[in-house]
Design a protein around this ligand. Structure first.
Ligand SMILES: O=C(O)CCC(=O)C(=O)O
Length: 308
């Protein structure tokens, strides 16, 4: 699927675009869901064996099982990000040509899979110790300044239908035109006065669809007031010739018309580059601005620190 002229114009004018029915829920997303179902199952069995979990919750669907487990063992819902699990199904999904076709409409046929990429299992707000609602920010603000001058496209891809109740993404349309806004209180949270002056737009999206947004658009998540996990991925894409703003983590080329030989197709190489990077970059300040204690972004204790 290529974007139409109207969709491309909407993206550049408003800083975001919702596209429905890009992916086949079974064929494209099914393997990623299955990989995480397996991960959750293994965690449940280990906790149950250790006597920390009263039951396996096997009868619960994907969107609810981990929430049930986390009610008993909150840390079970942490440490699920792409770079920590490094599952082959995820690597295959990062090479999904339907996603690349959409992205190509915005940045052309030279595409790097950006190292700032996440799988989020957002717990219900009722699980207060682990629930984490993303504050208002711009993605450019969480990268080093070397990446300020070019477009980085985010594809925000739900693995379950994401409604407002389930904590969908929200944006301030057109806010990317304000340029980079310095945070008011440290961290990368944008001044609440700026947000109050805007008109936040919640963007519910069904499985198979995606939200595309610009690295300067103001966005946040709505609290997940449901009793389910909001499973989603946010993946970023850019011109491979430009700096990523995360030089210490591995991106990789997924499409290149000019140099097809540079496309990385080897899962083990991807996995090993992440292992190497994580081992050798401890202490590197990945963020542009120092974190603020007031910013409610902390992960539960048993979860490795995530790079947003
Ligand atoms: O999914 C979320 O809660 C936040 C996503 C986000 O901030 C991003 O994709 O940049």
């Amino acid at each position: 699927m290529r974007l139409s002229e109207g969709q491309i114009e909407h993206y550049h004018d408003q800083g975001y675009l919702v596209v429905e029915d890009v992916l086949d829920p079974q064929e494209d997303l099914g393997p990623v869901v299955a990989a995480y179902e397996e991960e959750v199952d293994q965690r449940a069995r280990a906790l149950h064996r250790e006597g920390k979990l009263s039951r396996l919750y096997e009868d619960e669907p994907f969107e609810r099982r981990l929430a049930r487990i986390a009610t008993e063992v909150p840390a079970a819902a942490g440490g699920l990000d792409i770079y920590l699990i490094r599952h082959p199904a995820m690597f295959r999904f990062l090479r999904n040509t339907k996603v690349h076709d959409v992205v190509e409409s915005l940045i052309g046929p030279e595409i790097l899979c950006h190292p700032c990429q996440h799988l989020r299992a957002v717990a219900p707000t009722a699980l207060a110790s682990i629930s984490r609602t993303t504050d208002w920010h711009q993605d450019a603000g969480v990268l080093w300044p070397e990446a300020d001058d070019h477009l980085i496209v985010t594809t925000w891809i739900p693995l379950v239908d994401v409604t407002q109740e389930r904590g969908c993404l929200q944006v301030i349309p057109g806010s990317h035109r304000q340029g980079l806004l310095a945070p008011a209180e440290g961290g990368d949270r944008v001044d609440p006065a700026v947000i109050a002056a805007g008109e936040p737009l919640p963007l519910p999206v069904r499985v198979g669809g995606m939200i595309l947004f610009h690295n300067y658009v103001l966005h946040a998540a709505v609290p997940n007031t449901s009793d389910t996990i909001r499973w989603s991925m946010d993946l970023r894409w850019q011109d491979p010739a430009k700096p990523t703003g995360r030089p210490f983590y591995p991106g990789f080329i997924v499409r290149s018309r000019s140099r097809p030989d540079t496309v990385q197709a080897d899962y083990e190489q991807w996995r090993d580059r992440w292992v190497f990077a994580l081992e050798h970059t401890r202490g590197v300040p990945s963020r542009r601005w120092p974190a603020s204690p007031a910013t409610p972004k902390s992960a539960p204790a048993a979860v490795p620190a995530a790079t947003r």
